[in-house]
Write a protein that binds this ligand. Structure first.
Ligand SMILES: [Zn+2]
Length: 128
């Protein structure tokens, strides 16, 4: 790993892990109460229930994406410790610095990420 400031990357990965945890809690806890309150309102308006279901599905999708991101962050932290951070997990080539700058938990080069995303999509998994 060429020009990687391990301390800086470790700090960014910790930040990412915290962000993900915060967003998970927001979806998991606070918004459920809000949703129940809204549902009670909607009892009088059956036609509006479609959008409630949609919001719930959206939350579930978001949670699935957050789970996948949390896994990537944990994997990136592990690879940082092992000294393999910054190389593509599929092809072994170096991930461009600007990509790591934008997405510190990136495990793949753009090319292999595209292939991986395509396979996830085919299985109906979460999109990143
Ligand atoms: Zn690659």
């Amino acid at each position: 790993m060429a020009d990687i400031d391990k301390e800086k990357v470790a700090a960014r990965l910790r930040e990412r892990a915290q962000e993900i945890e915060t967003r998970r809690k927001q979806i998991g806890a606070g918004e459920n109460d809000q949703r129940d309150a809204e549902l009670a309102d909607y009892d009088q308006h059956p036609a509006d229930q479609g959008s409630e279901t949609f919001e719930q599905e959206l939350d579930e999708t978001t949670l699935a994406i957050l789970d996948a991101e949390a896994k990537d962050v944990a994997e990136a932290q592990k690879r940082l410790e092992e000294g393999t951070y910054g190389t593509c997990i599929d092809g072994g080539e170096e991930i461009p610095a600007e990509r790591l700058e934008a997405i510190p938990e990136a495990l793949r080069c753009i090319e292999h990420q595209r292939i991986y995303d395509g396979q996830l999509r085919a299985r109906g998994g979460p999109l990143l």
